[in-house]
Design a protein around this ligand. Structure first.
Ligand code: PRP
Ligand code: URA
Length: 209
């Protein structure tokens, strides 16, 4: 398998199990997604480059590491990707946010774009695309296509659950973009839902079904 990082941290796995449960409330689902977002953010930023800068502590001057380069961009795919944003911004408060509005046509399962707004210099930054569900991967592929059209080349994808079919399709289209996920589930059903999965992430987050 290409560059796929499965985050097996016990807190992530425990919280994911709670999210999968049918009885989980809308409020609980949203809160857990936010918490897992923070934990996944820790993993996806693990290798960010640092540079030493001169600072003064109360006792002495010293060289100390700070994040190097431009602020990174979180790029949630609407709606469900928004569930990761607050947790990630808690860890990286100065990050920029690019919103990518896509919905999956229920018949064709193709991604339909309805909104796109990114920082003007997005091409110069690391962009971390956020979407809890990588099912057929049509949405994630379309999001990365769009960002590449804008000149982005330093891209990562964070999801919560991935289907094997989605990973294959995603890396068929964008082989150089690494994926972070909390789990790889069994398969897609005939409606393109991840099995066992957790259902429709957007609906469960916002209570729309
Ligand atoms: C869901 C989910 C992903 C997409 C994944 O979005 O949040 O964006 O489906 O499926 P795919 O990998 O087959 O493209 P949906 O279209 O239901 O929109 P929503 O988030 O607004 O509910
Ligand atoms: N989108 C979801 O929200 N859930 C799935 O299982 C597949 C696509």
């Amino acid at each position: 398998m290409r560059d796929v990082h499965v985050v097996r941290h016990p807190l992530v796995q425990h919280k994911l199990t709670l999210m999968r449960e049918t009885e989980r409330s809308t409020k609980g689902f949203r809160q857990l997604l936010n918490e897992i977002g923070m934990l996944l953010c820790y993993e996806v930023t693990r290798d960010l480059p640092l540079e030493d800068v001169e600072i003064a502590t109360p006792l002495a001057p010293m060289q100390a590491p700070k994040l190097a380069g431009k602020k990174l961009v979180f790029a949630p795919i609407l709606r469900a990707g928004m569930g990761f944003v607050d947790g990630m911004l808690d860890l990286v408060p100065s990050a920029r946010v690019a919103h990518i509005g896509l919905y999956r046509d229920p018949k064709t399962l193709l991604a339909v774009e309805y909104y796109f707004k990114a920082p003007p210099d997005v091409a110069d930054r690391l962009v971390i695309v956020l979407d809890p569900m990588l099912a057929t991967a049509n949405s994630a592929v379309a999001a990365i296509d769009r960002l590449k059209e804008r000149g982005c080349h330093d891209l990562r994808l964070v999801c919560l659950l991935a289907a094997p079919e989605g990973i294959e399709r995603f890396h068929g289209a964008h082989p150089e973009v690494p994926i972070w996920t909390a789990a790889i589930d069994s398969h897609l059903d005939e409606h393109g839902y991840i099995v066992p999965g957790l259902g429709d992430a957007g609906d469960r987050m916002f209570g729309t079904k």
